[in-house]
Design a protein around this ligand. Structure first.
Ligand code: NAP
Length: 276
């Protein structure tokens, strides 16, 4: 069995970095990130570049494989471009196994820490394809190629149908987090009830009005922090494991340092309902 690794309180996201992926992954590790999120979806991620960044950090003695939480994803063909990590004519279960094998090669490891279904096959509900992909992911986990499993881009309906289907529930849900939806309140409540860790992305980009809101800018000014840090700290305070994909070294430091900000229960409650 793979050695266990703690789930860190911030994940560094590697989407949309193309040729800068190796250097930015290494920089994030040097800055102190101990969780890396990627996907075997060449359209938005350069997973092999993440592996190069990890290898450079290992070589430089920044950390070892056992110190870092690695998360990647299986992406259906409709979320990919022509650069597929599997045979498109194979069944879904075979595609999952091939995608995982390719991820392990890209990342230079024999296991990841979390393997995530990038998005269900349909926006309307949990389909047979999803059940097949999920069963294949469970097999990968049982074979030791991932420690934990997750799903991404899911609605409450997806999760309820998944639960009704009687299969295993995910350890992680990774969703875009809109303040106007109470920061994905319904899905987060489901996660709390089932002990699922909710990972939130686009916390800044989906919520520009919150970053400009005078309540948030006021807290930031009082704390000698930035509005972005207030949002990240708030997210952690309500149980969200945040992702950041910053390409900026100073923002990397600030994002990690946001953990040290203190927000009162009233401030947390106010930000939670600031937009929805
Ligand atoms: N599951 C999915 O379908 C899915 C979808 C989207 C994203 N993700 C994951 O989530 C990760 C994060 O993506 P994201 O959508 O949250 O967007 P992002 O790529 O993290 O973009 C965040 C934006 O906020 C800025 N930023 C970050 N920290 C800041 C700070 N302290 N102060 C000011 N600006 C700051 C960044 O600019 P600078 O670069 O200048 O700092 C960037 O423009 C991705 O890399 C990916 O791993 C997953």
């Amino acid at each position: 069995m793979p050695a266990s690794v703690a789930v860190p309180d911030f994940l560094y996201g590697t989407a949309w970095k193309e040729d800068r992926t190796p250097a930015l992954t290494e920089l994030a590790l040097r800055a102190g990130f101990r969780g890396i999120d990627t996907a075997n979806q060449r359209r938005h991620y350069f997973e092999a570049g993440v592996g190069q960044g990890l290898a450079a950090a290992y070589r430089a003695g920044v950390l070892t494989r056992g110190d870092v939480f690695l998360q990647t994803k299986f992406t259906y063909q409709n979320g990919q471009d022509h650069r597929l990590p599997y045979d498109p004519s194979a069944d879904v279960a075979t595609q999952v196994a091939q995608s995982m094998q390719s991820s392990l090669e890209h990342l230079g490891t024999d296991h990841v820490d979390s393997y995530v279904l990038h998005g269900p096959a349909s926006g309307y509900g949990w389909t047979n394809d999803d059940a097949e992909a999920w069963a294949a992911m469970v097999k990968e986990r049982d074979a030791g190629r991932t420690r934990l499993l997750g799903v991404s881009n899911v609605s409450l309906r997806h999760l309820e149908q998944m639960a009704l289907a009687g299969g295993e529930l995910p350890h992680f849900v990774q969703n875009r987090c809109f303040a106007r939806l109470g920061w994905d309140r319904d899905v987060r409540s489901f996660c709390v009830e089932r002990n699922i860790v909710y990972q939130g992305f686009s916390l800044l980009t989906a919520n520009p009005d919150v970053l400009r809101h005078r309540f948030v800018t006021g807290i930031a000014a009082r704390s000698t922090a930035t509005p972005a840090q207030v949002v990240f700290r708030f997210a952690q305070a309500i149980g969200i494991l945040p992702l950041t994909g910053t390409s900026d070294a100073a923002h990397m430091q600030q994002d990690l340092a946001s953990h040290g900000l203190s927000l009162s229960p009233d401030e947390i409650a106010a930000i939670e309902s600031v937009a929805g």
